[in-house]
Design a protein around this ligand. Structure first.
Ligand SMILES: [Fe+2]
Length: 206
């Protein structure tokens, strides 16, 4: 069915090692991006990586933490984590920085933007930073966060400390994806060219 699956069944399915997939497919005009996940995004973008144990364990744990997070008003922050990892994450490989986020994998335009355009920042993954960084859902990213190994993602969630961290930072101001902070470990500083004509997006920062 079109649309986003609500949080609770989404977390529940992940916690049961199930993965929901859209059943409709995008039109030719939507090849680059659509806000609602279709079967191409879900099956081509997400499903292959579920064969990776560490990635699958992270998704599973994300579902469990998500269910707890619903009771603790943490969903907005967990959604940012999902956005900057599972949907738009990059990973450092010996041969260079590579894409793994399903939102990029399933968009020819954004995959090309990440590979060839130097506008966006690439920052080393930092959990607190990610939880505080908002995102726009209707254009390419201006900041990507880069992990070193899929195991690192799982380690982030082990023990459930992330919910305590969310409690600590929930009243801190939201960071925009355009800025680089002193504390950031910059892998590649973006030129910002693509985003020069800001505001490009019609949506609010999430
Ligand atoms: Fe997705």
């Amino acid at each position: 069915m079109p649309g986003l699956i609500p949080s609770r069944p989404f977390f529940q399915m992940l916690a049961n090692r199930q993965f929901p997939a859209g059943t409709f497919i995008r039109s030719r005009e939507q090849l680059d991006y659509l806000e609602e996940p279709d079967i191409f995004h879900d099956v081509f973008g997400h499903v292959p990586l579920l064969a990776n144990h560490a990635y699958a364990d992270y998704m599973n744990e994300y579902g469990r933490v998500g269910l707890q997070g619903m009771e603790r008003k943490a969903v907005k922050f967990l959604a940012r984590l999902n956005w900057y990892t599972i949907e738009f994450g990059l990973i450092r490989k010996p041969e260079g920085v590579r894409i793994y986020g399903a939102g990029i994998v399933s968009s020819y335009g954004e995959a090309k933007y990440v590979a060839k355009d130097r506008s966006a920042h690439q920052l080393a993954f930092d959990l607190e930073r990610v939880l505080r960084t908002g995102y726009y859902i209707d254009d390419f990213q201006s900041t990507y966060f880069v992990i070193d190994r899929f195991e690192d993602l799982f380690d982030l969630l082990k023990g459930g400390d992330i919910l305590a961290l969310i409690d600590e930072i929930r009243n801190e101001p939201t960071l925009t994806p355009f800025e680089i902070l002193k504390r950031d470990k910059v892998i590649r500083k973006g030129t910002g060219d693509y985003w020069r004509d800001f505001p490009r997006t019609k949506t609010k920062l999430k």
